[in-house]
Design a protein around this ligand. Structure first.
Ligand SMILES: Cc1cc2nc3c(=O)[nH]c(=O)nc-3n(C[C@H](O)[C@H](O)[C@H](O)COP(=O)(O)OP(=O)(O)OC[C@H]3O[C@@H](n4cnc5c(N)ncnc54)[C@H](O)[C@@H]3O)c2cc1C
Length: 412
């Protein structure tokens, strides 16, 4: 084994929303923390750029919201769905009891850079970019640290607690042998961008037509588009060629075909997201805790993955801060994090699976060209507009919003 090069209290593998937020909160609580991120920067493809009202509330509680909102972003106060010829407002965030009752669309790398800058103001915070966690170090049945590669060189980290925040393909949860329970996902999503013209609207929403579903998010000078397909059908679509795909998107977006030529020259500009929903039976083992997608992969339905990851981080910091600071972290503390976050995770995944099975999959199964049947939940929302507050609450706040504990130390 490599000799320990770094000794810390908490080592977090993964600098996504869960890992960066936890690193910041622990640093703020005076705990020595190392975050390692395998990429050299946060600049990657679109992987979810939504900051929901509960995340914005966390930023407000930290005193960062106004500064965060000086970065380029778009605000979405409601979400609508075009179903056949009808436009239904599905969620209205304006009534949520928070500082910023809207979803903010901001490139995830800007948000992560922002969190890292705030965390780096604390001398007890270190972020190792380009550092790939490879193995957990186990001694006497307890995780004692990590072995990683930085710039191709082995590096060992010894820590009282290792946190796996390394996403839905978590290497660490696999290394720890934690059992994953898949929940099933009947859809995949093809993501791509289309330049926005000044004559376009700025409405974020979806279009449901018999046999096809299309989502577009307003991103200022472009649309982030998602074409929802039945699981595993991407290859069939690609085999029909890019011209057929462009024609399909032009008709769904009600756009000129010519407009799509520059944005969709071929399928290299389209990224296929293989949608997965799963969760760990147990999120921890002695010395190791999984949070965010590493504990529970979410589907893009409702765009709540980042939210949940942030909420896990806040709960983990609230529960583990004192035991870590006082050197008395026990298994019961790790189990308490799972107990706290298990219910919101289960409820959110149940809502996602419900939407997949009752709205998305039946729409995709309808014969194309037929009149689109409005799924029952949307019929109810159209009939009783007050019901729009339920998806707004579920999407915007989640089942158990977490709050930042006061008393964090000033940045150094
Ligand atoms: C195409 C796409 C679109 C999405 N759209 C949305 C959306 O609109 N809204 C939304 O809320 N959610 C969306 N999601 C889901 C959302 O991105 C995740 O739920 C959320 O990012 C989870 O945060 P996380 O920190 O747990 O994991 P991740 O964001 O996956 O972060 C994990 C981090 O760990 C790093 N890492 C992985 N392995 C290692 C290792 N061995 N060593 C060191 N670092 C490692 C990764 O590079 C990554 O930076 C989308 C996901 C995808 C893929």
């Amino acid at each position: 084994m490599t000799e320990p090069a770094i000794r810390t209290t908490c080592c977090i593998a993964g600098g996504g929303p869960a890992g960066m937020m936890l690193g910041l909160l622990l640093a703020r609580a005076g705990i020595d923390v190392v975050v390692m991120e395998k990429h050299d920067d946060f600049l990657r493809d679109f992987r979810g750029d939504t900051l929901h009202p509960s995340t914005l509330q966390v930023m407000h509680e930290l005193g960062y919201l106004s500064e965060l909102l000086t970065l380029p972003h778009q605000k979405v106060e409601d979400i609508s769905a075009e179903i056949g010829d009808e436009l239904v407002t599905v969620a209205d965030f304006r009534h949520l009891p928070v500082k910023c009752p809207a979803v903010v669309l901001m490139p995830q790398w800007d948000f992560l850079d922002f969190l890292r800058r705030k965390a780096e103001a604390y001398p007890n915070f270190r972020c190792l970019m380009g550092c790939d966690a490879r193995e957990i170090v186990l001694r006497d049945g307890r995780v004692r640290g990590l072995e990683a590669l930085k710039g191709g060189q082995p590096i060992a980290i010894e820590a009282d607690l290792v946190v796996a925040a390394d996403g839905r393909r978590s290497r660490l949860r696999e290394a720890a042998g934690l059992k994953v329970e898949p929940r099933g996902a009947p859809i995949d999503v093809m993501w791509f961008r289309v330049a926005r013209l000044p004559t376009d609207t700025n409405a974020t929403g979806g279009r449901f037509d018999a046999g096809r579903i299309f989502v577009r998010l307003y991103r200022g000078d472009y649309w982030q588009c998602g074409y929802v397909i039945a699981k595993g059908k991407a290859e069939t679509i690609e085999a029909k060629g890019i011209d057929a795909f462009r024609r399909e998107i032009a008709s769904l977006g009600r756009w000129d075909l010519a407009r799509l030529e520059a944005d969709l020259p071929d399928f290299s500009s389209v990224r296929v997201l293989s949608v997965a929903v799963d969760r760990l039976r147990q999120w921890w083992m002695p010395g190791l805790l999984c949070i965010g997608d590493a504990a529970h992969a979410m589907t893009p339905v409702g765009g709540v993955g980042i939210n949940l990851a942030i909420q896990d981080a806040v709960a983990a910091a609230n529960i583990l801060g004192d035991p870590l600071n006082e050197g008395r972290l026990g298994d019961g503390d790790l189990a308490a994090v799972q107990r706290r976050r298990s219910l919101p995770t289960r409820l959110t995944q149940a809502a996602q699976v419900f939407a997949q099975e009752r709205i998305l999959a039946p729409t995709l199964r309808q014969r194309r060209g037929n009149k689109t049947r409005l799924p029952v939940p949307l019929r109810l929302i159209r009939r009783f507009p007050l019901l729009r507050r339920i998806p707004a609450r579920l999407i915007g706040m989640g089942a158990r919003p977490e709050h930042v504990r006061s008393g964090g130390g000033p940045a150094g």
